[in-house]
Design a protein around this ligand. Structure first.
Ligand code: HH2
Length: 258
């Protein structure tokens, strides 16, 4: 999953215009992305929400072109109004870091007969989530949350086979929590749904390597490989070419579905 941030303030790659974002969609597909994830609101720690109008103005013009490029398109949003607007235009997947907890979000997805949805775990919200997050058992608490959200969606008519689950790396978690979620990631497969993992350029990789955000490509590729090895079916990445190359070698070595 190639990341297309259409924001001025994303933590590693903000600042692209509409035209540059469209060009970026094409580049990521040329590099081997299987699907695109468009986002019009940064969710980095400390980020502030954007208005509905602003988010729509950022996302819709890029979405309209992305939908002509022949790949599934996901939209990263927590606003039900944005969900409805993008689904009407043909978006394939809603990727919600709040796991459809905003009022009206489940209905927006349920009223669409086919779209996929990614439910992500987050503790708190982006403005406050890194203020000393505490868990007794991070894997268990993330699994319980994702299982409960999946039950809510199913009770509202969203079939389980439309759902992908994501532990939410860096969202209300310390470095130790994120590492624990990676090491024990396979345990989340017990929930019975494909896993998506988003490690790309995140600060835990900076802590592990001592690298600044622009120098985390190798660490991001390694994290993506580890996540795939430990059961993830989708990796959400900025550096598509490097990740695809690494996965090709991984596959040749017989490790891809190990
Ligand atoms: N991470 C980010 C945003 N959306 N969605 C899912 N499902 N999983 C993730 O790990 C995830 C996500 C944050 O990364 P990025 O989009 O690069 O940054 P920003 O939020 O600053 O735009």
């Amino acid at each position: 999953m190639g990341i297309v941030n259409i924001t001025p303030d994303s933590f590693s790659d903000g600042g692209r215009s509409t035209a540059a974002s469209i060009a970026h969609c094409r580049t990521l597909l040329d590099e081997g992305a299987d699907l695109l994830d468009l986002g019009g609101e940064s969710t980095r720690p400390g980020s502030l929400p954007v208005s509905l109008e602003e988010e729509l103005a950022r996302v819709l013009p890029v979405l309209d072109v992305a939908l002509t490029l022949g790949c599934p398109v996901s939209v990263d949003t927590n606003k039900p109004e944005v969900m409805r607007a993008v689904l009407e235009r043909g978006a394939d997947i809603i990727n919600d870091i709040q796991a459809l907890q905003s009022p009206g979000a489940v209905d927006a997805v349920a009223s669409h007969p086919e779209c996929g949805v990614c439910l992500m775990h987050m503790r708190g919200d982006p403005a406050t989530m890194q203020q000393l997050p505490h868990y007794d058992d991070v894997l268990g608490e993330v699994a319980d949350f994702l299982g409960e959200r999946m039950r809510v969606l199913q009770s509202r008519g969203v079939a389980a086979d439309r759902i992908v689950l994501d532990p939410g790396i860096g969202f209300g978690k310390s470095v130790a929590h994120n590492v624990d979620l990676l090491r024990r990631q396979r345990e989340l497969l017990a929930l019975g749904r494909p896993l998506l993992a988003g490690w790309s350029r995140k600060s835990t990789l900076g802590t592990l390597t001592g690298r600044g955000v622009s120098e985390r490509q190798s660490a991001s590729v390694a994290a993506a490989l580890a996540a795939v090895h430990l059961g993830a079916r989708i990796v959400r990445v900025h550096d598509v070419a490097a990740t695809v190359d690494a996965l090709k070698v991984w596959e040749a070595a017989g490790l891809l579905h190990g």
